[in-house]
Design a protein around this ligand. Structure first.
Ligand code: DX5
Ligand code: ZN
Length: 219
């Protein structure tokens, strides 16, 4: 089963409530929320108050992607604001294992993300502890970038490791440049959570956009 997570980074921030409600009505499964701090990535977006505001406009799980340094400082606040899934970057965590368990102890799903330049092995030692691995398919920071094909072999490798350790529920998420054309490639490699910003919010017919990505991934 493929999960489609529209990313609000490409939505109209002045109309977020309506945008999120429309993504839900259009068949989105999760709402992907990109948190950027201007340090870990060269862009600044939003924090817990916006997550809380978005939560009031949807019943879909909020998939919060923390592109921030020292994420452990902010995890409790994002959890209290309504996050259901929290993903931290392996590159931003000195004590990755501890941070993963911090998320799980709050009763949330825990994800670990890796940038295109980070090897798959960066998640290997926590693979059995996490609910999800996010393989970034662009360098994080901005919406609307082009998919990096080299990331496909990391998706395959992580899916293979998950099979080896019998972690059958592991979700593999991809984020960046996901659209109708790239969805079949990532799904074939083993990804099952597809984030799409521009490919959903950049189109006026969001339902058609989500349907096209889902059908391409499931074909
Ligand atoms: C990029 C963000 C993505 C972004 C994807 O740093 O993590 O979630 O919204 O945007 P698209 O789908 O437009 O590449
Ligand atoms: Zn993201």
């Amino acid at each position: 089963m493929i999960t489609i997570a529209p990313s609000i980074l490409s939505a109209d921030f002045a109309a977020l409530g309506a945008e999120v409600a429309e993504a839900e009505a259009s068949g989105g499964d999760w709402i992907h929320v990109d948190v950027m701090d201007g340090h870990f990535v060269p862009n600044i977006t939003l924090g817990p108050p916006i997550v809380k505001a978005v939560k009031a406009h949807t019943s879909l799980p909020l998939d919060v992607h923390l592109m921030i340094e020292n994420p452990e400082r902010y995890i409790p606040e994002f959890a209290a604001s309504g996050a259901n899934v929290i993903t931290v970057h392996a590159e931003a965590c000195v004590h990755l294992h501890r941070v993963v368990h911090q998320i799980k102890e709050l009763g949330l799903l825990a994800g670990v993300a890796i940038n295109p330049g980070t090897p798959a092995s960066a998640v290997r030692e926590v693979l059995e502890d996490v609910d999800m691995v996010l393989v970034m398919t662009v360098n994080p920071g901005f919406g609307g970038q082009s998919f990096i094909p080299h990331t496909l072999k990391k998706i395959r490798q992580i899916r293979e490791w998950a099979r080896e350790v019998n972690h059958t529920s592991l979700r593999i998420e991809v984020d960046g440049g996901i659209a109708e054309a790239t969805a079949p490639l990532v799904a074939e490699a083993g990804a099952d959570v597809l984030v799409a910003g521009n490919a959903v919010f950049g189109r006026s017919d969001r339902a058609a956009a989500i349907k096209a990505i889902r059908e391409a991934a499931e074909a």
